[in-house]
Structures are given as structure tokens and as C-alpha cells.
Write a protein that binds this ligand. Sequence first.
Ligand code: PLP
Length: 372
Amino acid sequence: MRVPFLDLRAGYAELRSDIDNAISEVLAHGHYILGPQVSAFEAEYAGYVGSRFCVGVGNGLDALHLALRAFDVGPGDEVLVPSNTYIATWLAVSMCGALPVPVEPTTDTMNMDPSRLEAAVSSRSRVVMPVHLYGQPVDMKPILEIARRYDLRVVDDAAQAHGAKYRGERVGNLADATAWSFYPGKNLGAFGDGGAVTTSDKLVAERVARLRNYGSRSKYINEELGFNSRLDELQAAVLRVKLRVLDDWNSRRSAIANLYRQGLAGTGLRLPEVLDGVEPSWHLYVVRTAHRDALVEALQDRGIEILVHYPVPPHLQGAYSESGFLAGSFPKSERIHDQVLSLPIGPHLTIEQAEYIIAETRAVLPNILTQD
Ligand SMILES: *Cc1c(COP(=O)(O)O)cnc(C)c1O
């Protein structure tokens, strides 16, 4: 059997006629940038996550970047970020000229450890940027409390958490602003780049709306230095179709996660742990073993496509070589990066494929775990 990591073509096939119609409508309508589709999607997505506002932007990195700019983050400022995340979280901070200050994760969830946050706060700290990595909501309550105590804003990176819930509430209205990516492989994915900021703060929404469009609210009047980062009409029309199936597609992911949890229990693999009161979006199903490379190779040999999220932490990337972070400076994150692998999960992975992955993993593990 051949199992791809994620089958995006199957997503299109399921929705083909609705997507084709939506795209034809945009083409025939003649309004291609900041038109009715973007406005409609913004209203629908804000309604979905429970925020007052949503502003569509060009991609997830820009969503993070413009949200930080909306809080006037700039040179000399520090932003608290997870040491274990995708590099985009850090890059958004660097784009503002500010300094990313890493906070180590908890070993169980691999997300930012609230008990280590306070020690990283300084007089230059402006914003905390927790990430709901792999679709597991961060423990936001203690983070929001610390942020309030030190008068910091909170911008959460929800690029992997569309539809996830924290204590009964959807991610998207838990913080001062939430940044989203609609990259094709995300739980809510476009057929190209896309992103958004959700917030219930009117001033923040207005500021992001201005920053994404040349610092302008009315044509040819530029109130501040802005950018060009707009969600386009075609992607917005696609996202409106896909938003209608998001809950269904997430529940299929969750069914796969349940199969893995039952089928891989007791194998020696460390499986994802879910906090009480949290509903992940299961963007990724990330397991851990000290024998990661051997397991990846064995599964690839059996036709199962495995990815690693992520092999190198941001502080050890060439991009941050000037920052002076040494190997060993964030050991919890480094250990995670050495041990993680992601099993295929997605709305179009079949039960048979998941059962094949479980059976093959169980078959190859005993040999791998006894190697040293
Ligand atoms: C995908 C992703 C981003 C960036 O989104 P793009 O749309 O690719 O710019 C940011 N943060 C996290 C955690 C992501 O997974």
C-alpha cells in the first residue's frame, strides 16, 4: 500500500462542483481584489471562531507580522515566542525589527510552558505569541493572566488550529488577536496562499485592514507606511466553500487520531497528550521516539510517507545564526526536534490506510526499539 502524507487532490475531488462554481463566479464578477468574496468570508470566519472581526491577508506569516504591527511592535521590543514552533512565528517578530525571546515547551503537550513564561519577561517585553502547535490549543488561561499582570498583549498563532477548542471556546477569540494561515495543507486551506487576523478589538481590526492595503483606508490616501498583503477574491471564494465542511473534516481527523491512540498504545512510542478541556484540530499527529530516524526509514520503506515537524528548531537555523543561540540553549525543544515524527492524518486518509499504518508501525517497532 502507498500512503501519501496528505492527499490534497482528494479534497478538491470531494468539493469539485462547488469550488468550480465559486471560482467561475469570481471570474465572471470582475472584482478580483478586496471585493464581495473577501468581505463575505471575513464575516463568516469571524462568526465561526466567535470574534467580532476578521481581516483577510496574504498568508499566515503576514497575519502574524501585521498583528504585531497593529500593537506597534518595533525595534527594541521583545516578543515571547515558543522555542518549539515553525520558524514563521519567529520571523514575524524579526520582520518588525523586534527580538524573539524563546520560552521552552512543556514535555507533554510540546506547547509553550506557562510556568516558564514569567522568567522570560523583561522591561522590553511587549507581546506574548503562543502557538497552538500541531492543532493542540495552548493552555491560554495562565498565559493570559501573566500577560495581564505585565501589561503585555497576546497574539496567538493559530495556523494549525482551525476549529480547535479551548475550554469550550473556539481558538480565534481567546487573545488580543489571532493569526491564521490558509496555506493549502492547513485544516482550512486555500488553493494558494492566504491568511487572516481575527480579533474582537475594533481598532486592531481597522489597523490590520489598513496595514494590509498600503496603509490606506480610502483609495490614494495613505495614513501610514503599509504593505500589500491581501487575501484575494479567488482564495476567499474557495475558503467559503471549505469553511462549510471544516467541522466535518476535523471530525474525520479526530477519528483517525482515536484509531492511532488505541492502535499504538503500549508500543513504546510516545503519543500526543491532550490537556483536559481541550479539543485539538489534529492538524498533525506527532509521535516521539529516541529512534526517530530508524522508524521514519522503516515506514517510508513500507510506502508510508512520513514528515518531521520540525527537524531543526528556529534558534539553530542559519536564519538566526547571528543571534548567538548555541546548541543546547533550549534543550527541551532540541530534544523534541530530535524525536518527533508525524504520521499521516487528514480528512481523506481512509480507515484502511490508518489501520495499515498502525499494523506496519507495530511490526517494525520491536526491532527498532531494541537497536542501540
Ligand atoms: C503554516 C504556519 C505559519 C505560516 O503560514 P504561511 O501561510 O505559510 O505563511 C505560521 N505558523 C505556523 C505554526 C504554521 O504552521
